[in-house]
Design a protein around this ligand. Structure first.
Ligand code: NAP
Length: 311
């Protein structure tokens, strides 16, 4: 019997309860699930989300794994009381949702939809017809679970795709790069840049005045990664000068985006409210169950976070 503490958003507990039961029954794990643990020393697994109430992990001395329900892990990493192993959420629903978001917004820039929408004669010219996707370069910064899937979908669709990660990756149809030279090449070549890097010390404001200067004139940026990846003043200056054609922003340095932020009214910015993708409870519970099964059969947990690298 394993004891599980649900420390996610209380409003979602009922739905989690149903899917945790289905998923743990499927892998033959007997369990007890609580939202208000009486004895923290008896808890084996914590199902955690930063929008739940749990702030102090210290009393849970026998916990084998804290399973984060979100892909981003900056909040639990910053929590110094969390010394137990931490896994981030990687699940098919989250991945598919992100690919939908990225594909939709890449296509919007690719087709120059905003320009052609309701365009009257004289407001557009034949030479503004978009190139074919096979002649459009898209760069994806971050080739992790989400970035690699999005890059792969964009490539399947027909775009010329390159991607950047910390370690070297290979993919038959994606030009995979790493290192500072790789970053420079992607910045120089891409017409649309998608940011799917995590929030770490190393990625902080990776989109800044200097990196924007390296980009092509008329590039578009889509940021479902993290707001911290962008220096907002540098982006706004580049939008105003025309260097950057447009920006679709789902994540921000401050969330929710303050009401008076310049992004709201900027004609070249499309703001979405951190909805690019969300954890889907049914598929997330299957991943949770798989990790608990691994813990109970002495196999290594999946998707463990490296607290030193910050993701
Ligand atoms: N807006 C939303 O709704 C939403 C939803 C889910 C996730 N997200 C964001 O999306 C991010 C990516 O998620 P994921 O699951 O794909 O993460 P992941 O699997 O951890 O992938 C992160 C990628 O970034 C690369 N990377 C990290 N630091 C780097 C550096 N300093 N230089 C170059 N590359 C670096 C990693 O390189 P290696 O492969 O070499 O390690 C990896 O390819 C999350 O961290 C979260 O912030 C947003």
């Amino acid at each position: 019997m394993v004891n599980i503490f649900y420390a996610g958003n209380r409003d979602e507990f009922n739905e989690y309860q149903i899917h945790i039961k289905n998923a743990l029954d499927y892998v033959n794990i007997k369990y007890s699930l609580t939202i208000d643990p009486i004895d923290p020393l008896k808890i084996d697994y914590i199902v955690y989300a930063p929008n739940g109430d749990l702030k102090d992990f210290q009393p849970f001395k026998n916990v084998k794994l804290v399973q984060n329900l979100w892909a981003g892990v900056e909040v639990p990493i910053a929590n110094e009381t969390l010394t137990q192993p931490l896994a981030r959420m990687v699940e098919p629903g989250l991945t598919l949702g992100m690919a939908d978001y990225v594909m939709g917004h890449v296509l919007r820039y690719h087709l120059n939809t905003d320009k052609f929408q309701n365009a009257l004669p004289g407001e557009w010219h034949g030479d503004q017809i978009p190139p074919l996707s096979k002649n459009r370069s898209v760069g994806v910064l971050g080739l992790g679970e989400l970035g690699m899937h999005c890059a792969s979908k964009l490539s399947e669709f027909g775009f010329k795709v390159s991607g950047w990660s910390r370690s070297k990756k290979t993919h038959p149809n994606i030009q995979c790069m790493n290192g500072i030279d790789g970053l420079d090449t992607i910045l120089k070549c891409s017409e649309i840049i998608v940011l799917l890097l995590p929030n770490t010390k190393e990625t902080l404001e990776i989109i800044n005045e200097e990196s924007i200067n390296k980009m092509r004139f008329g590039v578009s940026i889509i940021n479902p990664g993290r707001g911290t990846l962008i220096n907002d003043d540098a982006l706004l200056n580049a939008l105003n000068s025309g260097k950057i054609l447009g920006a679709t922003l789902d994540t921000f340095n401050e969330e929710p985006l303050p009401k008076d932020h310049k992004y709201w009214s900027h004609p070249k910015v499309l703001v979405t409210p951190h909805i690019a993708s969300a954890t889907r409870i049914d598929t997330a519970c299957q991943i949770l169950a798989e990790n608990i099964k691994r813990g109970e059969t002495q196999k290594p947990f999946k998707y463990l976070v490296n607290k030193l690298s910050g993701y």
